[in-house]
Ligand binder design. Structure first.
Ligand code: ZN
Length: 288
């Protein structure tokens, strides 16, 4: 059993010994966070032998994305039935895949920048890979996962829907459009807490008002199916990140449509994984 939580500060992965927001504690693991994912078995072994009395206070404001420099970042569109329905799209027969470019990743707290007045929220379960993964079947997929965290797939809807074809990767890759965190939680940690890693409650709120509320069990393609599908096409690398799709309740599908505004607090949470809090600010340079 590898029931553990991790957080990244700078380029160092830490084993979390107390995951209480505001007073987290942890122990730095040897090597860089890139090495830590590349040699995930060794990382788990090192974490298992750590002396918890060596833990130090970890300032929440220092936390960066748990996998801050993955080689590949995948996004999945229309992966919840009610969300596909609210956008008027047909339910996909295969995962609807795009990429978020890695420079959009940011940590679990602090500011997210709005380059326009049509930026939307998408609270999502995020998977971080722990092994090189090719042609893996769904039944073996969880063994290739390092852990899970909360994510926001922030989306500039006008860029995303630039005709004649969609521009998902552009619309979803502005700076700070990929918050992840707060910590990376292993599937065993969730199971040990009596939770099912395939069925976690998820919630997103703006200034305290709930705008998305669902369960990851409602995904059309669950974590195992996504990894099986992706790994038949792309070699998944340790530290790679998968944003698994958002449930219903996004702003673009509302009548009237609704967007994030400077000053608002965006809160994203998933059962067992924790809570991310971001303050929306106007970007220094607007897109239009
Ligand atoms: Zn999304």
């Amino acid at each position: 059993m590898d029931a553990m939580r991790f957080a990244t500060i700078g380029s160092t992965l830490h084993l979390i010994t107390d995951d209480t927001p505001g007073r987290r504690r942890g122990v730095a693991l040897p090597g860089s966070v890139v090495d830590a994912f590349d040699q995930w078995d060794a990382t788990l072994a090192a974490a298992a032998s750590i002396d918890p009395s060596a833990s130090v206070a970890l300032d929440d404001a220092m936390l960066v994305a748990p996998s801050p420099s993955p080689r590949q970042v995948f996004g999945i569109g229309l992966n919840y039935r009610a969300h596909a329905d609210e956008t008027g799209a047909a339910h996909p027969k295969a995962p609807n895949v795009f990429t978020k470019w890695v420079s959009c990743l940011t940590g679990p707290y602090g500011a997210v920048e709005l380059p326009t007045d049509t930026v939307d929220w998408e609270c999502e379960l995020v998977v971080v890979m722990g092994r090189l993964t090719r042609h893996v079947s769904a039944s073996g997929a969880w063994d290739h996962v390092a852990g899970l965290c909360v994510g926001q797939d922030l989306s500039e809807r006008q860029v995303q829907r630039t005709p004649p074809a969609n521009q998902f990767s552009c619309g979803k890759s502005f700076a700070t459009f990929g918050p992840m965190g707060p910590t990376l939680v292993t599937a065993d940690e969730l199971r040990g807490a009596g939770l099912d890693p395939d069925d976690l409650a998820l919630r997103c709120s703006i200034d305290g008002e709930t705008v998305q509320e669902s369960r990851t069990g409602d995904m059309i393609f669950g974590v195992s199916a996504l990894i099986e599908y992706l790994s038949r096409i792309v070699t998944l690398l340790p530290g790679d990140v998968i944003f698994t799709g958002t449930p219903s309740g996004v702003g673009v599908a509302r009548t009237p449509q609704r967007w994030l505004a400077p000053g608002q607090e965006l809160v994203s949470e998933i059962e067992g994984l924790g809570v991310m809090r971001h303050r929306c600010v106007a970007a220094d340079v607007s897109f239009r």
